[in-house]
Design a protein around this ligand. Structure first.
Ligand SMILES: Cc1ncc(COP(=O)(O)O)c(C=O)c1O
Length: 440
């Protein structure tokens, strides 16, 4: 391909061979460009190599592409107007305009499609992805639990626009009808408690409805909602996929491959695409997804074990001294996390989350005032909303979510050493306890 008289050898090689890069978001196509079957590789390998076929340059690290528009072919015989293209003339390796596809977001989708085991599309944010899902499925009713308040905000918008009805998921399942959407968030925001995906999939499917699962709090390799009946898996990629608190991203992965072309068209008109730079950051981040998430998950479990152990008297193996446990008990009321759902462990939870629980949990303090003051006593946790980054965060959740009690704090464990994090929490609890006894 000549591009304004300048020749790019790597591009010529790619364009002139039969080995054109694959259609976006199609793992079946991607497989064909590797000698290896990507699906047989482990997620850590997939995250580094699933986009290899889209690496048309000789750079090892992906190049940063920020162009919003891309030159058409210089050969007039290879100019096919979009509306006249068919399978033989559509070349998905060529980008046209960044509201449709870009190099970086296509690479990101190539990796996500393999990791999530189904075709995946990216959006400008998690809420943009949820909005795109509701727009595409256009259900008459959505059945939903509490969970992230922003998704309820999106549904309110559709209630206003289309008369969509929003109903509680644990209401009367008899009301669910064909074409409705059951939307489950698991683990749920803000507590990190898990729900049985298969249970809700069975209910939805018995009525001809779809099940979508917001799996933001349980990214790969922690769970695969498709294995338990999900039709759509949604992520706020802003969280673990981004992993560094520096990009907004939303993801929809769908079991029904035939939905993808319409969803790509919808996205183009909704205009809710990631920028090229964010797409690039996303690819950079996915390389370390498994390393980060498994460490964050294991650290969260250890910290939860210690805090809950102090409350329940099970401190053996937690490293807590008796005085640490006494301090924790003096200010902390309760700990919420899927790892504490021992009653569900054998029946479905171990099967659903075989590789560990989410790195987010919540705590309630003995008074709302203790909850308000805890973040400012900590050294290693930023007091900020969001989750999933390498930095540990704590949020007095009422700051951004009016639906939760004022004694609740949400904690997102980062990649720091878990012992350092626990020590930081204990010293903060100590200070709070000292402040309380001084003011008496
Ligand atoms: C569970 C869940 N879903 C969706 C979202 C929305 O994602 P975003 O902020 O990327 O729009 C969030 C954000 O916190 C979330 O926690």
């Amino acid at each position: 391909m000549a591009t304004n008289g300048v020749h790019h050898p790597a591009i010529i090689e790619s364009a002139d061979t039969d080995k054109l890069p694959p259609a976006p978001a199609d793992p079946q196509n991607i497989k064909a460009f590797h000698d290896l079957d990507l699906n047989t590789l482990s997620p850590s390998t997939q995250a580094v190599h699933a986009d290899d076929p889209l690496n048309i340059l000789d750079d090892v690290a992906p190049a940063i592409h920020v162009s919003t528009t891309f030159r058409y072919d210089n050969d007039p015989d290879r100019l096919f107007p979009t509306h006249e293209r068919d399978a033989s003339t559509h070349d998905s390796s060529k980008h046209v305009y960044s509201r449709h596809t870009t190099h970086s977001t296509t690479r990101l989708e190539a990796i996500l499609s393999v990791l999530l085991k189904n075709p995946s599309l990216t959006y400008s944010s998690g809420l943009a992805a949820f909005n795109a899902l509701i727009t595409f499925l256009n259900p008459k009713r959505v059945f939903i639990t509490a969970g992230y308040h922003g998704c309820h905000g999106v549904l309110k918008l559709h209630e206003r626009l289309s008369g969509l009805k929003v109903l509680p998921l644990d209401g009367n399942p008899e009301e669910i009808q064909k074409g409705d959407l059951v939307h489950l968030e698991t683990p749920i925001n803000p507590t990190g408690l898990a729900f049985n995906i298969q249970h809700y999939a069975d209910i939805a499917h018995s009525k001809g409805a779809y099940l979508s699962v917001d799996a933001t709090f349980g990214p790969p390799p922690l769970q695969d909602p498709f294995k338990h009946g999900a039709d759509v898996v949604m992520h706020s990629g802003t969280k673990y996929f981004g992993g560094h608190s520096d990009l907004l991203c939303g993801v929809l992965a769908v079991k029904e491959k035939a939905w993808i072309p319409q969803m790509v068209t919808d996205r183009m008109f909704l205009g809710s695409v990631m920028g090229g730079l964010e797409g690039w950051l996303g690819v950079r981040s996915l390389r370390t997804l498994e390393l980060r998430v498994t460490r964050q998950s294991e650290s969260a479990r250890r910290i939860v074990d210690a805090l809950d152990g102090a409350l329940t008297g099970h401190t053996v193996g937690t490293g807590l001294s008796q005085s640490d446990a006494d301090i924790i008990r003096s200010v902390l009321k309760k700990v919420y996390h899927a790892s504490l759902q021992t009653q569900d462990y054998k029946t479905w939870l171990k099967k659903q989350m075989p590789n560990g629980y989410g790195p987010v949990f919540s705590i309630t303090m003995k008074t709302p005032d203790l909850a308000r003051r805890l973040p400012s006593k900590l050294n290693l946790f930023h007091h900020a909303t969001s989750l999933g980054g390498v930095e540990s965060l704590i949020e007095w959740r009422t700051m951004t979510d009016e639906t939760v009690d004022k004694d609740l704090l949400r904690i997102s464990i980062g990649i720091e050493d878990d012992k350092d994090l626990l020590d930081d929490l204990i010293q903060a609890f100590k200070e709070l306890a000292a402040d309380t006894s001084e003011s008496k």
